[in-house]
Design a binder for this molecule. Sequence first.
Ligand code: NAP
Length: 286
Amino acid sequence: MEVLNGNQVSKSLKIAIKAEVEQLKKDGKKTPHLAAILVGNDGASMTYVAAKEKDCKEVGFDSTVLRFDSSITEEELLNEVIKINNNPAIDGLIVQLPLPKHISEKRVTETIDYHKDVDGFHPMNVGLMFKGLPSFLPATPFGIVKLLEHYGIETSGKHCVVIGRSDIVGKPMSALMLQKNCTVTVCHSKTKNIEEHILMADIIIAAVGIPEYLKASMVKEGAIVVDVGITRVDDSNNPKGYVLKGDVDYANVSSKCSWITPVPGGVGPMTRVGLLLNTLEAVKRK
Ligand code: NAP
């Protein structure tokens, strides 16, 4: 078994991005600028946004975080999005999800100018992606494709089973694997005899959100396993009070497969680099 090392690959991609940013600056072009909107004080959301700020700094991007109380109204938030749409200094905008219940995530996502939608969630980018046209790809599937490409993983003719059909991971992931000439099966909570489908997979992409969902008995010998899941599981022995668990029972699955992503250090850092690549692209397209 070999490890698909997201930490290592994202590091080398970040070095390449930084070099491109330096070149842009030398050429008198614009420094990429990513803005993030954060509503409320959800611990995980605050951690993700802080990580994105740190990544921007590391590669030489400018970044802005707009923080709002969870009492902000939908209309007020939409106006903030429109202000950023109209601000030429900002190239990419992400709105950290989830949003408070009284705000429609759909309406917010659809209000972002799709040229600045570096999360790739706007219906325009989704449509372009499904047609295989230039678009901003959602960061997690984009990062996974980059990881597989880095290790020269052959996808053509392979049977890929994606577990999960969310708009941000499962659905776009299945579209991208189809574009990479896989035969794709998408499984979800209503799939019957799910183990039979998963056992046929040459490549398994687990995006379920259930810790250690994928057991060794569900994995064909030699399969490639990509673990998207990150769940905080309470652990009083850990100083943080929790540990991060993936969707894969790593200890038992790893000995059966040819390649596997660890959690942490697999898909997570590749997602972060996916967002940086999209922001750089937003500047280059101008
Ligand atoms: P989500 O929106 O909750 O979707 C979960 C999917 O799993 C749904 O399609 C659901 O099916 C399916 N599912 C639930 N229980 C199942 C079961 N028993 N058998 C088969 N399928 C089942 O989650 P998500 O946003 O896609 O995220 C999935 C996981 O990835 C989470 O742990 C999340 O934290 C993590 N994540 C990690 C990254 C990263 O950078 N590493 C990025 C994004 C997400 P239905 O549609 O039928 O309900």
